[in-house]
Design a protein around this ligand. Structure first.
Ligand code: NDP
Length: 448
């Protein structure tokens, strides 16, 4: 059987054994499509069935999360934690609270996380979790009761050397606080390293909140540098208005770019003067409002547009920072038509496979999420490091480490792509560089 046939047969088995999990299929397909040359060069990895093993989670947990709302009505949600791969360290990856969460979504995120975490060069394995709970319009008390119920089941699977969750969509500092409190109460252990994204006064790391967005922009700057450019004076379109989007906007502005958009699931804002970040933070982080409120309060020059058309706004650089499959083939074609130079993914898998093909075909610098947004998890690993040594670093020191790590990830993707004869292809570079590290460790650790 040729290498290509072998990979096709593995993929067919994955489709058959994981029916209906379309996002998981998409994430696996994207990685498998780049692995031919590795298996051709390293037949021992095929022999050890590394691809088959790496695409099967080590453990999948699904549990009931009962809670009652402020009026006393009982609700039942579903909780998930997929402990995907621990070859390089304890399972590490965020928790997502969003009504769209299913096992397939958690598996796609967990699978991506394996290679992303490997790319950081830090000792962390891959995992992901969450719930179909919708935190929108819920009171703080409801959020707290939900988090307590969720952790009452999940705590037995966690530990600083076992599995270390963090935030993702719908899970920020507030939720991590409630989750940590319940873990501490049940276990009677102040185990700081069991969750990351904690508050600064109780074990959190400086720059963790900023890290994913900042890292994504630093990665973009590295990509632009390969063509002799930087972010100064570039016009940037950002989607989303959550944790990743806000700090991508902040770093892009610090580096001299003008960011003209942000969005949420109802629509997007165009602000030709450049996003007023203080106003956006006030509305999103303090008041938990919508981007339409931003347009209203910002006044002349900014307007709100209903729907998903943010990619129609002409730009030099596009940063999708909201959710999976938010940038499709038609969107990519529009971006190319408008002369986009670089697209870097703050979100996980925001570009559809057709979108990726179009961007790469047009020679656009394209940074896949597992490389471009790895700054968040890398800084989580720095938080674990500080927790383990009972230390806390300054913002400047942590940010410097983040910049070094993003530089390392960029170099490693770039050099790997060149080594495998696909210069400039960050998808090939990220997948192969991450896969090789995980595969080496799996082979060394035997058939487990
Ligand atoms: P937040 O919950 O803080 O913000 C999510 C943003 O995306 C909101 O603006 C939200 O709008 C929008 N959004 C979510 N779902 C949809 C949807 N179905 N359609 C349109 N817009 C949507 O999440 P984060 O900023 O933390 O996460 C954003 C992305 O970044 C995700 O893909 C996540 O996996 C990825 N990521 C996050 C990391 C982190 O450190 N937080 C690390 C690495 C990747 P609305 O409020 O209307 O739902």
């Amino acid at each position: 059987m040729s290498v290509t046939q072998r990979i096709e047969s593995i993929y067919a088995q994955i489709l058959q054994r994981n029916p209906g999990e379309t996002e998981f299929h998409q994430a696996v397909r994207e990685v498998l499509d780049t692995l031919d040359p590795v298996l051709a060069k390293r037949p021992e990895l095929a022999e050890a069935k590394i691809i088959e093993r790496v695409s099967e989670p080590e453990r999948q947990l699904i549990f009931r999360v009962p809670w009652s709302d402020d009026s006393g009505e009982v609700h039942i949600n579903r909780g998930f934690r997929v402990e995907f791969n621990s070859a390089l360290g304890p399972y590490k990856g965020g928790l997502r609270f969003h009504p769209s969460v299913t096992l397939g979504i958690v598996k796609f995120l967990g699978f991506e996380q394996i290679f992303k975490n490997a790319l950081t060069g830090m000792p962390i394995g891959g995992g992901k979790g969450g719930s179909d709970f919708d935190p929108k319009n819920r009171s703080d008390a409801e959020i707290m009761r939900f988090c307590q119920s969720f952790m009452t089941e999940l705590y037995r699977h966690l530990g600083e050397y076992t599995d270390v969750p963090a935030g993702d969509i719908g899970v920020g500092g507030r939720e991590i606080g409630y989750l940590f409190g319940q873990y501490k109460r049940i276990t009677n252990r102040y185990e700081s390293g069991v969750l990351t994204g904690k508050g600064l006064g109780w074990g959190g790391a400086q720059a963790r909140t900023e890290a994913t967005g900042y890292g994504c922009v630093l990665f973009t700057a590295e990509m632009l540098r390969t063509r002799g450019e930087d972010l100064d004076g570039q016009r940037v379109v950002v989607s989303g208005s959550g944790n990743v989007a806000i700090y991508a906007i902040e770093k892009a502005q610090q580096l001299g770019a003008t960011v003209v958009t942000c969005s949420d699931s109802t629509g997007y804002v165009v602000d030709e003067k450049g996003i007023d970040l203080e106003l956006l933070k006030q509305i999103k982080e303090v008041e938990r409002g919508r981007v339409s409120d931003y347009a209203e309060r910002r006044g002349a020059g900014a307007h709100f547009v209903t729907g998903t058309g943010v990619w129609e706004v002409p730009c030099d650089v596009a940063l999708p920072c909201a959710t999976q499959n938010e940038l499709n083939g038609a969107d990519a074609a529009t971006l190319v038509e408008h002369g986009v130079k670089a697209v870097a993914e703050g979100a996980n898998m925001p570009t559809t496979p057709e979108g990726v093909r179009i961007l790469q075909g047009a020679g656009v610098l394209y940074g896949p999420g597992k490389a471009a947004n790895a700054g968040g998890v890398a800084t989580s690993a720095l938080e674990m490091q500080q927790n383990a040594s009972r230390d806390s670093w300054t913002f400047a020191h942590t940010e410097e480490r983040l910049a070094q790590i993003m530089g390392h990830i960029h170099r490693s993707c770039h050099e790997t792509a060149e080594r495998y004869g696909r210069p400039g292809n960050y998808v090939v570079g990220a997948n192969i560089a991450g896969f090789e590290l995980v595969a080496e460790a799996m082979v060394a650790q035997g058939l487990i």
